[in-house]
Design a protein around this ligand. Structure first.
Ligand code: UGA
Length: 446
C-alpha cells in the first residue's frame, strides 16, 4: 500500500518512518526544500529520540521517498495531512497550510479514480475538516466526498521526545468519519499496521474527533497548572513539598500520578498554542470557561514566578551572573518553541542580569534567538563558573547528577533555583542557598 504524508514535521516524519518500517511505501511531501534535502540524506531535521535509525532504514531501503511536489503523491491510496497550524496574533490558529495542502491534494484527487482517502492529522479546531477541507477538496477536484474520495479526521497524541514510542504504541486511536467507506479504509490500515493488536479505537464524526484533541491537551495542561498552583501554596508552608502532595494525590486512581510535575510551566509547540486556540474557539461559541482560561493564566504566571524567586534570592538581578541549565521546553528534544527557559532568559535580560546558558541539544536554536546578548557554554560546570545563581530549567538527566560540591567549587556564590525539582533538597546543606519550585524550605526547629 502506498501512503502519502503531507508535512514532514514531528508528526509527519515520525508517522512516515514508523509506517515505512512496517513495510508500507511512503511518499513524503514538504514545501521546505532544505528539510527534504536533509531527509534524503538520512539527516533528521530535528532531534528526536529513536528517529535516526528508522529514518536511515526508511530511506536506504527505498521505502520512503520525499519531495516538495504534490505530483509525487500520484498513485497513493491514503494521504495523511500533517501540516502545521501555528498561532495567529489573536490566539486563533492559522489554517493557511491546511488550506494550501487541501488545494494540492484536490489536484491529486482529480486524477485518481481509486477512492483516495485524505486523513487530517493536523490539530485543527472543530469544524475545519467538514467546513474547510471537504469543500476545498470537492470544489477544486470536481469530485464528490463519499463516492469519489474519502475523508477522515484522525488526531494524534504523540509527545516530542517519545514520538516514535507513542506512534508505535498509542493509548488510543480516534477516527472522525462521516462515511462508512472512509472509516473502514482507515481502520483497515491501522489493523494491518498494528498487526491485529489495534489500540482502543474511538469512532466519531469529524468535529468531535477534532475537539477530542483539544480536550485531551487542555486536560493535561490543566494538571500541570493545577500542580503548579498547589506548588505555590507549598512554598508558603515550611517543610512541605509539592512532590509529596503529587505522590499522594496521584495514588488516587481517579487522579493518577502523570502530569503532576510542578515546574516553570508548560511550553512547546502544542499546549500553549492549543490552549489559546481552544479559548478563542470557545469565545466564538459563547462558551468560554474560567477554568480553561485559568489554565493559561496560571501558566503565564509561572515564568514570572521563577524570575521573582531569582530576584529575591539575589536581592535584585542587575549585573548579577545567572546561569541557565536547560533551554529546551522539556528534556529529550532540541525544541525551544514557547520554552519557559527562553521566557525566563528574556526577563532576566530585561532586569539586566548577565546570562550564561547550556543545554545538551538546544544551544544552536537558542543562539538564533539571543545572538550575542547571552553567553553559551559547552558544559554544565562551565556554565555555573563564577555565577551568583544557577537556575535549572530543563530536566535533562545530566543535570540530575549535579552535587552540592559542584556548585560550591564553581560558583561565586553557591545559589541554586531548581525550577524543575530534579535535585534532592535534603542532600543540600545550608552552605548552598537552595530553592526549588513547590518546596516550602526547611523547618526551623530552634
Ligand atoms: C503534548 C501532548 O502530551 C501530546 O499528547 C500531544 O500529542 C502533543 O502535545 C501535541 O499536541 O502534538 P508535547 O508538547 O510533546 O506533547 O509535550 P508534553 O510531554 O506533553 O509536555 C508539555 C509541557 O508540559 C512541557 O513543557 C513539559 O515540561 C510540561 N509538563 C509536563 C510539566 O511541566 N509537568 C508535567 O507533569 C508534565
Amino acid at each position: 500500500m502506498k501512503i502519502g504524508i503531507v508535512g514532514l514535521g514531528y508528526v509527519g516524519l515520525c508517522t512516515a518512518v514508523c509506517l515505512a518500517d512496517r513495510g508500507f511505501d511512503i511518499v513524503g511531501v514538504d514545501l521546505d526544500g532544505r528539510k527534504i534535502r536533509m531527509i534524503r540524506k538520512c539527516r533528521p531535521p530535528f532531534y528526536e529520540r529513536g528517529l535516526d535509525p528508522l529514518l536511515n532504514r526508511a530511506i536506504s531501503t527505498g521505502r520512503m521517498k520525499c519531495s516538495n511536489s504534490y505530483e509525487n503523491l500520484k498513485g497513493t491510496n491514503l494521504i495523511f495531512m500533517t501540516v502545521g497550524t501555528p498561532t495567529l496574533r489573536d490566539g486563533s490558529i492559522d489554517l493557511s497550510q491546511v488550506k494550501a495542502s487541501a488545494e494540492g491534494l484536490a489536484r491529486i484527487i482529480k486524477r485518481n479514480d481509486r477512492f483516495p482517502l485524505v486523513v487530517v492529522k493536523s490539530t485543527v479546531i472543530p469544524g475545519t475538516t467538514g467546513r474547510i477541507v471537504k469543500p476545498i477538496l470537492e470544489k477544486q477536484s470536481g469530485k464528490h466526498f463519499g463516492s469519489d474520495f474519502g475523508l477522515c479526521s484522525n488526531p494524534e497524541f504523540l509527545r516530542e521526545g517519545s514520538a516514535i514510542e507513542d506512534t508505535l504504541h498509542p493509548d488510543k486511536i480516534v477516527i472522525g468519519a462521516e462515511d462508512e467507506r472512509s472509516a473502514k479504509a482507515l481502520i483497515s490500515l491501522y489493523t494491518s499496521y498494528y498487526s491485529g493488536a489495534v489500540p482502543p479505537l474511538v469512532r466519531t464524526n469529524f468535529a468531535a474527533a477534532e475537539l477530542i484533541k483539544y480536550a485531551n491537551n487542555a486536560f493535561l495542561a490543566m494538571k500541570v497548572s493545577y500542580i503548579n498552583s498547589v506548588a505555590r501554596i507549598c512554598e508558603k508552608i515550611p517543610g512541605s513539598d509539592v512532590g509529596k502532595v503529587a505522590q499522594a494525590i496521584g495514588l488516587d486512581s481517579r487522579i493518577g500520578r502523570k502530569f503532576l510535575e510542578a515546574g516553570p510551566g508548560y511550553g512547546g509547540s502544542c499546549f500553549p498554542k492549543d490552549l489559546r486556540a481552544l479559548i478563542e474557539f470557545s469565545k466564538t461559541l459563547g462558551a468560554t470557561s474560567p477554568l480553561i482560561t485559568g489554565i493559561e493564566q496560571v501558566n503565564r504566571g509561572q515564568v514570572q514566578h521563577v524570575v521573582s524567586i531569582a530576584r529575591k534570592m539575589l536581592r535584585g538581578l542587575r549585573g548579577k551572573r545567572v546561569s541557565i541549565l536547560g533551554l529546551a521546553f522539556k528534556a529529550g528534544t532540541n525544541d525551544i518553541r514557547e520554552s519557559p527557559s527562553i521566557e525566563v532568559i528574556s526577563q532576566l535580560l530585561v532586569h539586566r542580569a548577565k546570562v550564561i546558558v547550556y543545554d545538551p541539544k538546544a544551544v544552536e536554536d537558542t543562539r538564533r534567538v539571543f545572538g550575542r546578548r547571552i553567553t553559551y557554554s559547552p558544559t554544565a560546570l562551565d556554565t555555573i563558573k563564577g555565577c551568583d545563581l544557577c537556575i535549572i530549567m530543563t530536566a535533562w538527566e545530566e543535570f540530575k547528577k549535579l552535587k552540592e560540591e559542584d556548585f560550591l567549587a564553581n560558583m561565586k556564590n553557591a545559589a541554586v533555583l531548581d525550577a524543575r525539582r530534579i535535585l534532592n533538597f535534603d542532600e543540600f546543606s545550608p552552605r548552598v542557598k537552595f530553592t526549588a519550585i513547590g518546596q516550602g524550605g526547611r523547618i526551623n526547629r530552634t
